[in-house]
Ligand binder design. Structure first.
Ligand SMILES: [Zn+2]
Length: 285
């Protein structure tokens, strides 16, 4: 993991626009650099995990923890459970805005650093995360279980509904292309010919990857979800039978579906299906 001291100007990845106040680093920890510690507040860990459900600046690869824990040096991406959801850490960042309007940039691994290494970020960041978590939607509880119980075809249809609602709310040319591309690969079109289906799936996947690389930066999280959606619903019959899916495939499918439902609600859309409605952070459980 690239080290950066807390509250220094953000320098990882893309540069800052000229003249703008730079975002400040929080939680860019690495071995050999001391950091402030205190036992974590469970409520803050939950708020942090909730923010990590919606990472920004997703990377193609991922970072691992090198602070000397059991996860250090593991070639697998670190995950954590959030209310029954598997959360992937190390491949993105969270951005939160403090009461002073300052933006803070933290790697998603910060949730692991706080929970497992007792890293204590600055209070201004703790407050900003707590505020943001109250506004974020998350698919939890019974609605999450309903999504899990849907078969592949029903989940696919639900995701297309969500994407079309997002597109109606704010039309994006790249999303129009993606919807058309996904439509070509929808179940039933080529599933009678498995070899043709596999060829079509590969072609569509490549097309989606190309689109993802050309869409505006602000839309990157949504584009990544859409690519995962297609990857999770390839035109192969086994994906439509829960019994034949691997646990990893199942996790990815639920992740993509939940992300879409949450992004649609955050965009202020009317709920089109109350039975799979995410919950806002400040709503009572
Ligand atoms: Zn660790």
């Amino acid at each position: 993991m690239t080290y950066a001291a807390d509250l220094t100007p953000y320098a990882y990845g893309m540069g800052q626009d000229d003249g703008e106040t730079p975002d400040l680093h929080i939680g860019w920890l690495s071995s050999g650099h001391a950091y402030p510690k205190q036992p974590p507040d469970p409520a803050f860990v939950q708020a942090l995990l909730r923010c990590c459900l919606r990472p920004e600046r997703l990377y193609m690869g991922y970072h691992v923890c090198d602070l000397g824990c059991e996860h250090s040096g593991q070639p697998r991406q670190l995950t954590r459970d959030y209310d029954g959801r598997t959360l992937f850490l190390g491949n993105g960042e969270i951005r939160v805005t403090g009461a002073d309007r300052q933006v803070y940039a933290a790697p998603t691994l910060i949730a692991h650093y706080v929970a497992d290494h007792h890293y204590a970020p600055p209070t201004v960041f703790v407050d900003a995360v707590t505020q943001l978590a109250r506004r974020l939607w998350a698919l939890q509880g019974e609605p999450l279980e309903r999504v899990r119980r849907l078969d592949g075809a029903a989940r696919f249809a639900l995701c297309i509904d969500a994407l079309q609602a997002l597109q109606r709310a704010r039309p994006r040319p790249w999303l129009a292309d993606m919807l058309a591309t996904l439509d070509e690969g929808k179940p039933g079109v080529v599933d009678l010919l498995p070899i043709l289906g596999e060829q079509r799936r590969r072609k569509l996947f490549q097309r989606l990857r190309d689109l993802q690389s050309t869409c505006p930066l602000d839309d990157a999280p949504l584009a990544k979800t859409v690519v995962a959606l297609h990857y999770s619903f390839p035109v192969r019959k086994r994906f439509f039978s829960p019994a034949q899916r691997s646990p990893q495939e199942e996790v990815l499918m639920v992740w993509a579906t939940a992300q879409l439902l949450e992004q649609a609600h955050e965009a202020g859309l009317e709920q089109w299906r109350d039975d799979v409605r995410p919950r806002r952070g400040d709503e009572p459980g």
